[in-house]
Write a protein that binds this ligand. Sequence first.
Ligand code: G6P
Length: 590
Amino acid sequence: MCGIIGYIGKKRAAPILFDSLKKLEYRGYDSVGIASINGDAEIEIKKGAGRIEAVNERMNFLSVNGSIGIGHTRWATHGGVEDKNAHPFLSCNGRFALVHNGILENYLELKEDLVKKGHTFTSDTDTEILVHLVEEEVKNNGEKDLVKIISDLTKIAKGAYTFLLLDAKDHIIYAFRKDSPIIIGIGEDELFASSDITSFLEHTNKVIILENNQLAVLKEKYTIYDTQTGKEVKQKITTIDWTTEQASKTGFPHFMLKEIFEEVEISKHSLEQDSLKLNGMIEVLSKAKKVFFLGSGTSFRACLLASIYFAKIAKKHFMPILGSEYKTYQNLVDKDTVIFAISQSGETADVLQGITLAKAKGARVVSLINVIGSTIMRESDQYLTLNSGPEIAVASTKAFISQVLILTLLAFGVADRLKEGREHLYEVVRKLESIMNQSDSIAMLSKDVLNKNDLYLIGRGVSFPIAMEGELKIKEIAYIHADALAGGELKHHTLALIEPGVTCIALVPNDDTKDDMINNIMQIKARGGEIIGISSEHLELFDHYIPIPKVHLEPLLMIPVLQLISYYLSVIRGNDPDFPRNLAKSVTVL
Ligand code: G6P
């Protein structure tokens, strides 16, 4: 999704913006641009469709002068992926430039009005309206109070519009938040404003996370206003404990591989939850009449897995719901309901929409998030954090394992077996390294056996959502058609597709699903299918075998195996696993 960055300080803005934009790349984008006020108090803009490096070759971002500027990575919503639709946009008089994250709902009628008033538009975007609107209001209000003018925008523009406005006359950046995040970074003699902490983390870890409808005015110092009351507000400065090392590849070819390997360490941090918060969450879940898990993508797979463990371990029926399907279940939600939102980014629009609707019905909202200060965290009555550090690759890996570990711990907690749960989970964590040590053989197997156009994954019990997560990953970054199914479903449909040459990955943990899985494997083999077995036991039925250590919660060790398979398949096929086509890390649109 769109990423925004602003810089004001004593250094040249262009190289800082360029570096920050590279750090925003992971969010997913199709165009990029920067604007800076050069020595003559004129705004210079360089922008275009394409990847940052490619656009830079055409435009030479670094040639832009000035020590105050804004930048943007665009993920197209209104208007095609073309140079003219890349941000920033300039007002007719050249005084203002603007970058935006969000969607303006009434942009067509506003555009019509502005065209009548003589404004010329250069793009097909909704965003461009905003910069002309500010220009028009400044003209009508006799150049007065910009804070008031921007505050009044909420009465005119509808939708989500977090933006940065660069003012070449007064040398100010205005940062306004409406619905998607904006974080102010406070450095030595310099200020940043961005949709993402990691984009300026190498300069400062002191931040202010703006609330909705707050406006930060950045000059030598910063001032923050509540645009609803017009009053200045004091916001707390938070120190973020993420490190720049966590947000860089540190010798790994891709963020995704680095993040999979990081699971060995971060899993321990995930399990080290603050006991007050953990017990508080266990209490809420234990007492709740109804609990709905809410998540999207990989986080939804964690919801599914959690619902199975809560059933098995805690004898609780907690229902998993896809963020985008929340409305279907709205009738079931009331003041006795707990919505348990699971989200790495804490910004996923589908999940947020569900939260808003559920709150309106009096539901209690709790969450499990990775990004401190994220919208879902702030909308929650209670939350736990994943403690995974920044996750940069679009495909979620270390956050998924953290989600699964914490949710399983909660299931044990609700069953009043917290100590035992901890022991089982630490046993899993201690064995993660042995999976990473097999990465070379997993890479070979991926190349020699799994590089097919279709793959099937079968599992039962908790191994089923794990197979589903494997399917998601293989599709997401390897662009291979994959299909996960519960073993018992084979005979209802997919056996029709099994013939010699068809490859199935079978998840065979040493638990109560094992015997049934063996039956399913025999059904596949009887029709000529080939089996890659992931198990702690080398069964003769396997054509190829990926060993995992024998532990109590064995299926959890299959997670990194499938992540590594999808990673290597992606690389073998010449894809960039960190930036899957058409997908974004943080999906802030519905
Ligand atoms: C996007 C990402 C996925 C992620 C999903 C939910 O689709 O590409 O990796 O699983 O959003 O994100 P969340 O931040 O809510 O976990």
